[in-house]
Design a protein around this ligand. Structure first.
Ligand code: GRF
Length: 218
């Protein structure tokens, strides 16, 4: 099956480009009716247009979060979209936005994000920098469904990469980005073929502290 995806970007757009290239090469069975950016100067918009894709800026400057999201929702409603794909979109989405893309049968939101760490480690805007500064020997990339908390939703795929002796933050990031550019199109193709498959998540159980000085008789 072919899936219709809206790609949301804020900057460089290298993941967006990897997705568009995978489509052009016949490796990803998807259409992209719109690439949308909150940043009118995003290089990603130019790159999308070079690929012949409809690219739209919905600037957030001067708007409240609600006003901006309403404008984004109004733009996205013009298209028939199966999934919203975040690729370096630097805005936190509110429950109102997510509800717009709620899969009623499954209960999750059809909004997908890529994050450059092995979540739940290093959530937030500088995952590469924080993982590198922490001295991790293995890091990785996570692709997940978006939920109401930042970098938290159900995990769709993860792939690790190593930190090598002599790595700089730049070489560490470069290795991670190569994984990102391969993994994102591959996961989207898996979704196009099989739909979303989730590993059930179990909430951590509170462990009762052992009672001291009392025999349980056991
Ligand atoms: C990527 O590292 C992605 O994992 C993170 O933001 C960065 C976006 O890069 N969410 P690009 O705009 O796709 O080049």
């Amino acid at each position: 099956m072919s899936i219709s995806i809206a790609i949301l970007v804020s900057g460089r757009g290298s993941n967006m480009e990897a997705i568009l290239e995978a489509i052009a090469e016949g490796k990803l069975n998807a259409t992209v009716p719109v690439v949308l950016s909150n940043n009118p100067d995003a290089v990603a918009l130019e790159t999308a247009r070079k690929h012949g894709v409809n690219a739209v800026a919905v600037p957030n400057r001067g708007l409240t979060r609600e006003q901006h999201e309403d404008a984004v929702i109004a733009e996205l409603r013009k298209y028939d979209i199966d999934y919203v794909v975040l690729a370096g979109y630097m805005r936190v989405l509110t429950p109102k936005f997510l509800t717009e893309f709620r899969d009623k049968a499954a209960g999750y939101f059809r909004v997908i994000n890529i994050h450059p760490s092995l979540l739940p480690a290093f959530p937030g805007a500088d995952a590469y920098g924080e993982a590198f500064a922490h001295g991790v020997l293995v890091s990785g990339i996570t692709i997940h469904l978006v939920d109401e908390q930042v970098d938290h939703g159900p995990i769709l795929a993860q792939e690790s990469f190593q930190r090598f002796d002599g790595d700089t933050l730049e070489s560490f990031k470069k290795r991670g980005l190569e994984v990102e550019h391969r993994l994102y199109p591959a996961v989207l193709q898996k979704i196009a073929t099989h739909g979303i498959k989730l590993v059930p998540r179990q909430e951590a159980q509170a462990v009762a502290a052992p009672a001291h000085g009392r025999s349980t008789g056991a």
